[in-house]
Write a protein that binds this ligand. Sequence first.
Ligand code: SAM
Length: 225
Amino acid sequence: MTNKNPVNAVNILDEWRESAKYWKKHNATIRTMFAPLTQALIEHAGIHEGQSVLDVAGGPGEPSLTIAEVVGPGGSVTCTDAVPEMVETARNEANRRGVKNIQFQVCSADSLPFPDNSFDAVVSRLGVMFFPDSLAAMREMLRVTKPGGSLAFGVWHKSDLNPFCYLVSRVIDQHVEQPPTDPDAPGAFRFAEPGKLANVMTRAGLVDVTERVIKFDIAAPISPR
Ligand SMILES: C[S@@+](CC[C@H](N)C(=O)[O-])C[C@H]1O[C@@H](n2cnc3c(N)ncnc32)[C@H](O)[C@@H]1O
């Protein structure tokens, strides 16, 4: 089931726009925390030197910036996100590092401003669970992928397997009654159920769909402020 309510879609993007300043502030920490997931996406999509890669919902720049290193000067990465402030942070970071083989575009996952068959690979790290109409977005990502190309997505597994999420939520649950959440509404754990995202991918027309659990420790130097 998909959620096509445009009001809902706007609200979600408002929330991301609100949080963009924190993603900017903690950009380096986030990059370190989720580096194992980036490596898994690169490996799973078979990304290599010389390729042209699209990152959808790239937020403040990952996995785009890491992939730019992997594809090298003969390849290119297009980093996209629906929130302009996120894209601006990613662009500033690329400029700061002097990365040349990267382009940026503000756009929604279900309306990508690229011709058919543009990219060797399409990736999204912790993005697809937030797209209001995940099936439409999946079809759109497939449309811009070259025949024989690959797509790889990173989503969260169940929250009770994820101390990064449950340590806080279990404390909140003890004190605040949480309304039941719609499992198909956009949200961090929308594709936590094994097979659920693979089902959307298959319905969109992808073939040879596989799924695997990536276990990794979230580690990064942080201060309490
Ligand atoms: C959890 S963040 C992930 C950012 C980055 N890929 C990372 O792993 O650090 C989710 C991102 O999805 C973006 N987003 C949400 N809905 C979107 C949509 N419909 N189209 C494109 N991007 C979207 C948000 O703006 C946000 O930057």
